[in-house]
Design a protein. Structure first.
Lengths: 285, 369
């Protein structure tokens, strides 16, 4: 009796979980399927359906042939733009966050908790609220419509999260370690480099995944501060759908979306287990 | 030469005065133990000497040089921490040589110093390991190696044994003492454990509420505690301190415990001339548990003073029996022979050694005689 009720509750749980998973995966499935169907096929049938034969040519077109904003080079240049923004901004914001988190957690100074509070306040400010200040900054620095401008924005905005992550990780490192190193004659950066950084891989992996995903997927700053050839891929995808407004090109668009989503998917597949582990694990034992 | 001189040192955090005018002179080669209950300021004092914390007022001199504004690395000190503070990602070898690396010592010299220390502490087989692969005692040894390799003017130890289990603690205690005898280093050692202080120190500074209560060699601290705090803090079980009254008759001063009670105790004092002004007044009578023994005990050939006292509780420890008894109605502990086991509730005879009594002023709590 007991076994049967146990089994039936199990079935119920699996049923619910499967339904939720299906709901979440449905959009992805539609995009994946459409990316493999020809335009005619989609036009004749509906948006939802199995590909009759696999149209890999969609990917080739999306990658390097399709016309976006009067240039016919596919999304390849925009992917490159995204990489040129995301990779440096991820590295800079992670390193700066690590140094700042280390300073705030292990080198107590007057006003340290205030600085920590102000930096992490950035997490709670809506993105739209920061558009105007950034407009002024980019205008005055001459970085409007440049990738460097986006790197600057993402590095600084990213600090809120990277400082939060790193500070909370480093705060578990015993103060005596710093004291011992100071007596040994090591300074701020030597202690960071030789003692703290070697303890940091778990939190650095978390921070890099977080930053990379967020910066790559970011859309608002990209579409606001860059135009034409300078746009990151998220903004370019919109231009792509605008360009094909007369004849819908769902197949190619879906393929472009798939390509654009690939880097963050890969990062998650490679580092996902570290991400979950790093967020839950205690720092140094 | 004074290895360390501390003058009128005080430390204040907002409204809290942690150290109140500390003066200490420590000679070269001394093993000084700063001992006191937690919160007495001993670790703060050590951190100020190390340069890890700043004094609010006063000066610190190391080797004749005022170091108030000298950073820790230039003070010619080495420190061993309670948590050992070994660098987790470095091997034992790197842990020990890190300080020399920071100071730019030549590689060959580093190797030589490392080899010496590793031999001294017998940690040669551990040099390639990470701290996480070491036992508590081994970590302790490596932490000491890191300090020793520097050959500094001053070694600072901050409760280095309190993370070890009891057996290992006793072993390491002896080892540190042996090390001190061998290399003759000047050591300042902070602990809350009065037994560590008694066994290792050449001089003890007993601290309480930010003040050095007494600074003297262990025998003096034990035999002549400067005040009631020291008397009760040093020794285990602590000194019995009971209210009493000092009277005098033709034979000289007499301490009366529980005056007027049927079981009042009268003890004649010899050689307590300093107590004369207190005749006719209340005092605090102090006697070490080992000065109260079973009735048959003879203390150094003199006719023993026997007191009959009710036994409240008996704690056999194997090496001795601790008895909780009433002395003129006041609770006191006695240390008697292990094979003597008076029954709780019975009135048993006890021999008192009155040559080592302490008298304290009940107002100032200072030692009278």
């Amino acid at each position: 009796m007991r076994d049967r009720s146990f089994a039936s509750s199990r079935i119920l749980i699996y049923l619910i979980v499967s339904l939720v998973a299906a709901a979440w995966l449905a959009p992805l499935a539609v995009v994946v399927l459409n990316s493999l169907r020809t335009n005619e096929e989609i036009a004749q049938g509906s948006m939802i359906g199995w590909p009759q034969h696999l149209a890999w040519s969609n990917y080739a077109a999306a990658w390097s042939g399709f016309c976006v904003a009067e240039t016919c080079a596919g999304i390849r240049p925009y992917m490159l733009n995204s990489a040129l923004v995301t990779i440096p901004a991820t590295i800079f914001s992670t390193l700066l966050g690590a140094v700042a988190g280390y300073a705030i957690s292990l080198w107590r100074f007057r006003g340290d908790s205030w600085i920590y509070g102000i930096v992490t306040l950035g997490i709670f400010l809506p993105q739209q609220m920061r558009l105007l200040p950034w407009t002024i900054v980019l205008r005055d620095t001459g970085l409007m419509n440049t990738l460097t401008g986006l790197v600057l924005i993402h590095t600084i905005q990213g600090l809120s999260f990277t400082v939060l992550f790193c500070r909370n990780y480093y705060v578990a490192i015993p103060q005596e370690l710093i004291r011992a190193a100071r007596i040994d004659g090591a300074g701020f950066f030597r202690i960071f480099w030789r003692i703290i950084l070697p303890l940091s891989p778990p939190i650095l992996v978390v921070t890099v995944i977080w930053q990379f995903t967020h910066i790559w997927n970011e859309f608002l700053y990209g579409v606001t501060f860059t135009t034409g050839q300078q746009q990151p891929v998220t903004a370019a995808l919109i231009a792509l759908s605008a360009a094909v407004a007369d004849i819908p090109q769902h197949g190619v668009q879906s393929a472009a979306v798939m390509i654009a989503a690939l880097p963050t998917l890969l990062i998650y597949l490679i580092g996902g287990k570290y991400f979950v582990r790093g967020l839950t694990a205690g720092a140094v034992k | 030469m004074a290895a360390l001189s501390i003058r009128a040192l005080s430390k204040r955090y907002a409204n809290l005065e942690v150290l109140k005018g500390i003066d200490l002179d420590i000679e070269s080669g001394e093993f000084t133990v700063l001992v006191g209950p937690s919160g007495c300021g001993k670790s703060t004092l050590l951190n100020i000497v190390a340069g890890l914390d700043h004094a609010s007022a006063g000066t610190v001199e190391i080797g004749g040089r005022v170091v108030n504004d000298v950073p820790p690395k230039d003070r010619d000190i080495a420190m061993v921490f309670q948590s050992y503070a070994l660098y987790p990602s470095m091997t034992v070898r790197q842990n020990i040589t890190f300080g020399m690396e920071c100071r730019g010592v030549a590689k060959a010299e580093q190797e030589k110093a490392l080899a010496n220390v590793a031999r001294l502490l017998q940690i040669e087989p551990l040099l390639g390991r990470k701290p996480s692969q070491l036992s508590g005692g081994q970590r302790q040894r490596v932490a000491m190696g890191r300090a020793l390799v520097r050959d500094p003017l001053l070694f600072l130890f901050d409760e280095p044994l309190s993370n070890l289990d009891a057996k290992l603690r006793v072993e390491m205690r002896m080892e540190i003492k042996r090390l001190h005898q061998r290399i003759g280093a000047t050591i300042i050692y902070v602990t809350h454990d009065q037994i560590e202080a008694m066994t290792m120190a050449t001089r003890i500074a007993v601290m309480h509420r930010g003040v050095v209560q007494q600074f003297a060699d262990p025998d003096t601290v034990y035999r002549y505690p400067a005040n009631l705090f020291v008397a009760r803090f040093m020794g285990s079980p602590p000194m019995n301190t009971v209210p009493a009254r000092l009277e005098a008759d033709a034979g000289g001063p007499v301490v009366v415990i529980g005056a007027g009670r049927p079981d009042e105790v009268r003890l004649r004092l010899r050689g307590y001339d300093a107590a004369a002004p207190y005749v006719g007044r209340e005092v605090v009578f102090g006697i070490r548990p080992e000065c109260i023994a079973e009735g048959e005990r003879v203390f150094s050939g003199e006719a023993p003073i026997i007191v009959n006292a009710p036994v409240e509780m008996v704690e056999p420890t194997g090496a001795e029996t601790i008895v909780l008894l009433r002395l003129g109605g006041e609770p006191a502990q006695a240390r008697i022979s292990p094979d003597v086991r008076p029954a709780p509730g019975e009135v048993a005879p006890f021999a008192l050694d009155t040559r080592r009594i302490c008298l304290f002023d009940p107002e100032t709590e200072r030692l009278i005689a």
